[in-house]
Design a protein around this ligand. Structure first.
Ligand code: NCD
Length: 327
């Protein structure tokens, strides 16, 4: 049995370069081990004594399915609450009491919520309890989505065969409310020479706190609304959807987001070894006709999410060494 303090996944700020490379290696190894029945049988025993609850109070396809399947690969039994509407919160129960109940029944809570700080709140509550359990932030309002950033970094790592240094990434779209944007920015600080081209409508520009972070860490960045230029100059194109669920008064309707859509014609501007990413779901930011281009990496990125989330859970439960030693 492994002991020591409980590891939570709350923010991309918590990761250092060594941990990232451990997670990349672990994800690669788990992917390989899972190719054989013996390997899958081995993985399924590792955490078969654990239970987890997935509390997704906001819509999710990929994050939910990949976490649920990652748990299954490791033998963890899961139960889920897929909407706050099915929780006793609608009867007036507080979120604290809801979390307390999840804590009573399980060994890990994976939370997606429209409020910013529910995962942190849970971590604080249970750190003080007689059964500290890991909490994973699977998306906290418009603020953070650290496990998405981990799978994004893993995708970049794989696409460039381990050479993330000195890359230029264009992050395009709703930079103000896209939680993947903040989390990915924080995480990529770990790779020397990274440069950012942020491309957005003025109304959805990068928030001041992220700009302060970049300045504090002396990371080079540009902001513009010029998609063509960013496509020409960047190694990684990271497109995002407009986050209109956070509109106060349908203000997104007044924004011309079409200027930030990739078109097939952009493929001619893109360098031959650049890649196109998107956390998904997409609307019209990337037309399906781009999918067949070898530089379109978003479906691979989605698959990487399963292996990275399996790695994250193994890491949280301190099983890295056990998996890395599997022959
Ligand atoms: C993202 C999210 O939930 O923030 N989706 C995801 O987890 N893959 C991006 C989005 O919803 O636009």
């Amino acid at each position: 049995m492994n002991s020591g303090p409980v590891t939570h996944i709350l923010s991309s700020l918590q990761f250092d370069t060594d941990t990232l490379y451990t997670l990349f290696e672990l994800a690669d190894r788990i992917r390989k081990i899972s190719k054989s029945k013996d390997g899958l049988d081995f993985l399924r025993t590792i955490l078969s004594h654990k239970r987890a609850v997935l509390y997704f109070a906001q819509p999710s396809t990929r994050t939910y399915l990949s976490f649920n399947n990652a748990c299954q690969i490791l033998g963890i039994q899961t139960s889920d609450m897929r909407s706050a509407a099915t929780s006793s919160e609608v009867k007036g129960e507080s979120i604290e009491d809801t979390l307390e109940t999840m804590h009573s029944y399980t060994d890990m809570i994976i939370i997606r919520h429209s409020e910013d700080d529910i995962a942190e709140k849970a971590a604080w509550m249970f750190n003080r309890s007689d059964k500290p359990i890991p909490i994973i932030n699977a998306g906290s309002g418009p603020v953070e989505h650290p496990t998405q950033a981990l799978l994004d970094a893993y995708t970049i790592h794989r696409a460039f065969k381990g050479k993330i240094k000195n890359k230029t990434i264009a992050i395009i779209g709703d930079l103000r409310r896209g939680r993947t944007v903040r989390s990915l920015t924080y995480l990529l600080k770990n790779f020397p020479g990274i440069r950012f081209n942020y491309v957005s409508p003025a109304e959805l520009a990068l928030p001041a706190d992220v700009k302060n972070y970049l300045q504090k860490h002396e990371i080079a960045f540009e902001e513009s609304d010029n998609l063509d230029k960013a496509v020409r100059k960047s190694d990684i194109i990271y497109s995002t959807r407009i986050q209109d669920e956070y509109d106060q008064h349908h203000e997104s309707l007044a924004i011309d987001y079409t200027k930030f859509y990739l078109k097939k014609s952009h493929l001619a501007l893109l360098k031959k070894d650049s890649i196109i990413m998107h956390p998904l779901p997409r609307r019209n930011e990337i037309p399906a006709e781009i999918d067949a281009d070898s530089r379109a990496w978003y479906w691979k990125q989605e698959i990487n999410g399963l292996w990275m989330r399996t790695a994250i859970i193994s890491h949280i439960f301190k099983e890295d060494g056990y998996i890395l030693n599997y022959r």
